[in-house]
Structures are given as C-alpha cells and as structure tokens.
Design a protein around this ligand. Sequence first.
Ligand code: LMR
Length: 328
Amino acid sequence: MKFLTTVAVLALSTSAALANCDPGETVIKFSHVTNTDKHPKGIAAALLQSRVNEEMNGTACMEVYPNSTLYNDDQVLEAMLQGDVQLAAPSLSKFEKFTKKFRIFDLPFMFVNMEAVDAFQNSDAGQEMLSSMERRGLVGLGFWHNGLKQFSANKPLEMPGDAAGLKFRVQPSDVLVAQMQALDASPQPMAFSEVYGALQTGVVDGQENTWSNIYGQKFFEVQDGITETNHGVLDYMVVTSADWWDSLPDDVRGQLGTIITEVTQERNAAIAEVDAENRQAILDAGGVIRELTPEQRGAWVEAMKPVWAQFEEDVGAENIEAAQKIND
Ligand code: LMR
C-alpha cells in the first residue's frame, strides 16, 4: 500500500476508505452498511484497515466500503461466495438463512447486558457458532459488539400496548417478525439503508435498533422518541469465504487472523463507552429518550417472552439454558 497514516485512513470517514494498493498485494475488500464516525463497526473496521495496511504492507492491502456503498447486507454474503468481497460484518440476524442457531441472539430479553452477550459468545457454544456455516462456504472470524436495541416510534411507547397496530421496520429475521407480532404490531423487514426514508415518509411508524444506529442514521430526527427497552442484542460476525481464507498462505492467514482477534478484543472492550457516547449524542442533538419504570419494563418482558418457545427447537434448549446461566 502506498503509505497512508492511521489518521488519514480514519479521516476517510463517510466514503470508501480506499487504500491505494500496490501490484502484488492481496486486496481485501471489506464491505459494511453503517457510518464510521462514533460507530462501533465503523471504528473497528477503520482500526482493522489501518493495522493491516501498516503491518502487512507489501503483502496485503485492505479497502473499506462503509454505508452500503458496495453492497447491502442482503447482497454481501452472496458477493463473498462469488469472491467479489473478502470481509464483511453483518449483524447476526442476517445469518438466519445459513444457520438457525444464530436466532438465539434475536430472542427478546435473552441477555441482560453486553457483558452477558460477550461471555456467551466466548463460551464453547458461542465459539462453535463461528464455524457453523463452513458447509455453506462461510467462516466466522470473530464477534463484534454493537449493543442492545431500543424501540422508537412516531408516538410515545411506554407500555407494550402502545406498539399495537403500528408498522415497525425489522431486520429480515423470523424471530424479529414473531417478536413484533407478539406486540400485535406489523413487522416490515427492510434493508438498513432504506429505514430513514421509510420512517420519514410514514411507510413505517417505528423501528428497533441500537444507540449507535439510531444516532448514526438520524432515526431520532423522524421519530417522536426512543424508549430505552434494551430488549434485544444487535451484534456482528466478521465473516469471510472459506475458499478465500483457505487459499491464503499460512503465514498471511495467521497474521491477518491475529490482527482481527486483537482488534476484536480491543474494540469489544470499549463498547460500553461507545454506546454511552451515542446515547448522549442523541440527547445533545435534541432527541427524546424515555426510560421505563420496573413495572413498565416487566410488561414488555411479559409481552415478548413467549417468542422463546416458538424458536426453542431452532436454537437448542441447552443454548438458552447456557445463556440464562450467564445472566445470573
Ligand atoms: C440493521 O440492519 O439494522 C443493522 O444490522 C445494521 C448494522 O449493520 O448495524
């Protein structure tokens, strides 16, 4: 790579951070859908890029394409299997068509906080999930945190009944569809890049997402307010194609794998801070955040918890039990 300083790479925030690769370097295209400034995935991808381009200069060269500029999450895994992109980090909900085991992360109120999510992902059950899609040609290289999800709508949401009859954008996931049906709401699966427009024009009334996505996509600007429900988790799997990964020379694969692991540990350890910063940024920009009383929160739990039974067979009762033990 023609040398770009870390600062210069991080400064290329809104458009693709192209690295100006040299002939002979293995080009690693990393495509993702979020913004980069303040965003857990954007920050981690920029750090990964700067480390690869400094430490593997002459061998490998990473280009990052954020903001759905190359592919959206519906397209990226197919593109990866075709060899058109080498790395991505879609949310765990997007892997549902490859393995139903990941549905555990979408089940409402499965994890009490991000420490519990982290512990589950690092347990044997979690680590096995990274290799669960190998027969479909995909290899997981690590879990990246984003955070817990909150609901927002074009009217105040205090009790679960307030969501009844409203249209909510959800990620394409059967569990999230069932979750909204449990609230008597109408789930509308939709690509991330289309959500702001859909909220603005009233195609949907509400949505669920994390602080960083609500801030980064400015959803709060076109909603009445956000209710701090912390009802689900939105995390990522860094994924590559098994064919491409296996084709790398051992030393290159080893060095890249080590950098990915170190970036994963460093950025996951900072997640509470990044989430709090995004929550605060919403307030600073004039967004409304509603906190729930314990009674109100209990009502949301009661309304959505029946969804677990619907998917117990897919995710494995033993995994639900393991997750609950970690919560305790
Ligand atoms: C979404 O579709 O809402 C998220 O998965 C986007 C993301 O990558 O955080």
